[in-house]
Design a protein around this ligand. Structure first.
Ligand code: KG4
Ligand code: ZN
Length: 338
């Protein structure tokens, strides 16, 4: 018999609901919050208010698109954390009350594990899913990690950022250049027409498999500030080259440690996940590196790179199989344990 899971994601500024039949996606609805563009970043209080307004319509559309009745649902999976507490509270409270009304279990999901398990969402066409164990480079707006994935319920972080995330490095670069929030896609677009070797930004020297992006961000800030003193149009005159050079430095850093992780673990099955995995430069560079190093790579579909509820539902499905349900007393966690 098939299992129908409703997934709810509300950790940051996207309100999303999805329905999966086992691992097959039936719907994945995302309401983006444009309000934050005005402020150049996510305003937590505004995010929670928007989630509150969006959650019921988004769930209704997800059920309608999936063409199922709410009484057919077997469980509701929701993001418990990490994320903005006020935002998480909306999804968590909704999931708890909806499940109570339907008399079905709730399943708590870690947002970062869900980004990784997004690789197991099936569409209409069959696709190649990762084989265990595999390594996943999770690169998002808040996190940068290399994770050894032994099974859906057994994952270990083997590398982590000690300060900023790769997504923050993209977003801050864009902000310095006067580009809108979120900046990653704008840097990506400009980098395609720029020269990655035009300017040199130093690769951070951090021990082991860990990352650091705050020094890179500061060196970009000082570099631009110094050049603006001589040429007030420096950014405008060099937009594409600045974007391409900074993107190149970020990708080189990300893939350098990933290469080391493969060498140290001997695992050649490699995946990327999270918002930054939408970056075309990263996708191309990983594909090229994988061919050279004889790795098998898994690059997510664009719709599953940034935050979405389908990844929450698929993670919920694996936990459902283990009857790993949460109690109605559960509360969200801004900094949840992995
Ligand atoms: O995973 P995600 O949607 O949210 C978090 O869990 O943080 O990631 C959002 C991040 C933002 O920093 C955004 O700028 C970045 O992903 N991003 C990109 C691209 N698309 C989204 N960064 C670089 N290139 C892109 N094409
Ligand atoms: Zn995310």
């Amino acid at each position: 018999m098939s299992t129908y899971i409703l997934g709810i994601e509300s950790s940051c500024d996207d309100t999303s609901a999805a329905v999966l039949k086992d691992t097959v996606i039936l719907s994945n609805v995302i309401a983006n919050q444009d309000i934050h563009k005005t402020y150049g970043g996510v305003v937590p209080e505004l995010a929670s208010r928007a989630h509150q307004q969006n959650i019921i319509p988004v769930v209704e559309v997800a059920l309608r698109k999936a063409n199922i009745q709410k009484k057919q649902l077997n469980a509701i999976a929701f993001t418990r954390g990490p994320g903005l507490l006020g935002s998480l509270l909306v999804g968590t409270s909704f999931a708890k009350s909806f499940a109570l009304g339907l008399n079905i279990p709730i399943i708590e999901v870690n947002h970062l594990k869900a980004h990784i398990l997004a690789h197991f969402i099936e569409g209409k066409d069959p696709k190649k899913i990762p084989e265990f164990p595999f390594l996943c480079l999770t690169v998002s707006g808040g996190h940068t990690q290399i994770v050894k994935v032994n099974s859906p319920s057994d994952m270990h972080i083997i590398g982590n950022t000690i300060d900023d995330a790769a997504g923050e490095a993209f977003d801050k670069t864009a902000k310095i250049m006067g580009l809108p929030y979120p900046g990653g896609p704008h840097i990506d677009r400009l980098a395609k027409i720029g020269n990655p070797e035009a300017f040199h930004f130093p690769e951070p020297k951090i021990q082991g498999l860990n990352y650091s992006f705050s020094g890179l961000k500061t060196s970009f800030l000082y570099f631009v500030r110094d050049h603006l003193k001589e040429n007030p149009d420096f950014i405008e005159d060099n937009k594409a080259n600045l974007a391409a050079s900074m993107q190149h430095a970020i990708i080189k850093t990300l893939l350098g440690k990933l290469k080391r992780a493969v060498r140290e673990t001997g695992i050649r099955e490699v995946a990327i996940a999270g918002g930054v995995s939408a970056n075309s430069g990263l996708r191309n560079a990983l594909t090229e590196l994988a061919q050279k190093e004889h790795w098998t790579t898994h690059i997510p579909e664009f719709q599953f790179t940034t935050d979405n509820a389908a990844m929450i539902a698929v993670t919920g499905y694996f936990k459902y199989l283990n009857k790993d349900f949460a109690s109605q007393n559960i509360a969200p966690l801004a900094k949840s344990l992995f």
